[in-house]
Design a protein around this ligand. Structure first.
Ligand code: LMR
Length: 349
């Protein structure tokens, strides 16, 4: 090959590589082709999340990465970035859309701005138990919700559990709805959660997860709601005096990818990811409750005063939350609220 031919060849190779990278849609570490995956090639997939490694989501992400490595015999590598190291809370969806990360697992509350119907999972006392959550996720409601994600160029792969949220405050014990009056609570950016505190006469302030400890410590807010695992591993209990184990709300995640990125992955790669996700989902369903119980025990060893809500107290909170359902039916989705109420009725003794 002459010098001129070599230069032309390099130029064409560069243009072809750039075109393939653009087609992959996501700055993936390799250009992909639907059919082939060369035996020497390695695929690196970045998975970003905002919580600590020892929480249900942190452990699930790590487990998923190990399964992918085993199933692909080391040819696929999932790099997990916990604690918002790669994309902070509130930036994750944009980072996925821009192709800066390949997988994220935001809570349903974080989807609220773009896909308000997902707030159905934020409704207080909507799900009597985990089985009811799974029925909703896997039934027509869940299927419809997953389809809404396509509008944002996203693809929902599975849902992972964290568990049930508990209330904490530094001001006073939270026993009756009246105890909330005048207090300020940190919430995820979900309108339903804002309405939930409004219904109790409190004020809600949307604050990113990674800024919540500071907001509690400096008394920017009096309290917050979260699962024991998130409370414990972010040390929220160390800057709060009172906790009520109310199990009033569910916290779960949607594992999301960029649709274009996914469609450009070879079929065998998609299959490995799908299998590893299914196995991880089964694991997290089985273990998230146990992990939260373990972390509740850890919390109870600290200075915080922990109250377990009685049935009567639950009824009073539930009645006070009624305007939240009206808000959801009016502003978000009347059809889904019907289905949720039906589910609730079926479960009631
Ligand atoms: C929160 O912001 O409280 C949670 O969504 C964090 C998480 O991802 O569990």
């Amino acid at each position: 090959m002459s010098g001129g031919q070599k230069r032309r060849f390099r130029f064409v190779a560069l243009v072809v590589s750039l075109a393939l990278l653009a087609l992959s849609g996501c700055g993936s570490q390799r250009a992909v082709d639907h059919e082939q995956w060369g035996s020497e090639e390695k695929i690196v997939i970045t998975f970003s999340h905002v919580v600590a490694e020892n929480t249900p989501k942190g452990l699930a992400a790590r487990r998923f990465a190990n399964l992918v490595r085993e199933k692909s015999k080391g040819r696929m590598l999932v790099e997990v970035f916990p604690n918002g190291q790669l994309a902070g809370d509130g930036e994750e969806i944009q980072a996925l859309q821009d192709g800066r990360v390949h997988l994220i697992a935001p809570s349903t509350g974080k989807l609220a701005a773009l896909f308000p119907a997902w707030q159905v999972f934020d409704l207080p006392y909507a799900f009597p138990d985990q089985e009811a959550v799974v029925t909703t996720m896997e039934g027509p409601i869940g299927q419809k919700l997953f389809r809404t994600l396509q509008r944002g160029g996203l693809r929902g792969l599975v849902m992972w559990d964290n568990g049930w949220k508990q209330m904490t405050s530094s001001r006073r014990p939270l026993i009756t709805p009246e105890d909330f009056v005048g207090q300020r609570f940190r919430v995820q950016p979900s309108r339903v959660l804002v309405e939930q505190f409004k219904a109790l006469g409190a004020t809600a302030v949307a604050i990113p997860f990674d800024q919540t400890f500071r907001a509690l410590e400096t008394r920017q807010v009096d309290g917050q709601e979260n699962t024991p695992s998130n409370i414990y591993w972010k040390k929220f209990h160390e800057v709060q005096w009172y906790m009520t184990v109310s199990n009033h709300g569910y916290l779960g995640y949607v594992v999301l990818t960029n649709n274009l990125y996914w469609e450009n992955l070879p079929k065998d790669v998609q299959l490995i990811l799908t299998e590893a996700l299914a196995e991880t989902t089964a694991w997290v369903r089985e273990n998230a409750g146990r992990l939260n119980e373990r972390d509740l025990d850890h919390i109870r060893m600290g200075r915080i005063e922990v109250h377990f809500q009685t049935e009567q107290e639950r009824k009073a909170w539930k009645a006070a939350f009624s305007p939240v359902y009206d808000y959801f039916a009016r502003e978000v989705d009347a059809e889904r609220i019907q289905a949720i109420r039906e589910l609730e009725r079926k479960q009631e003794p």
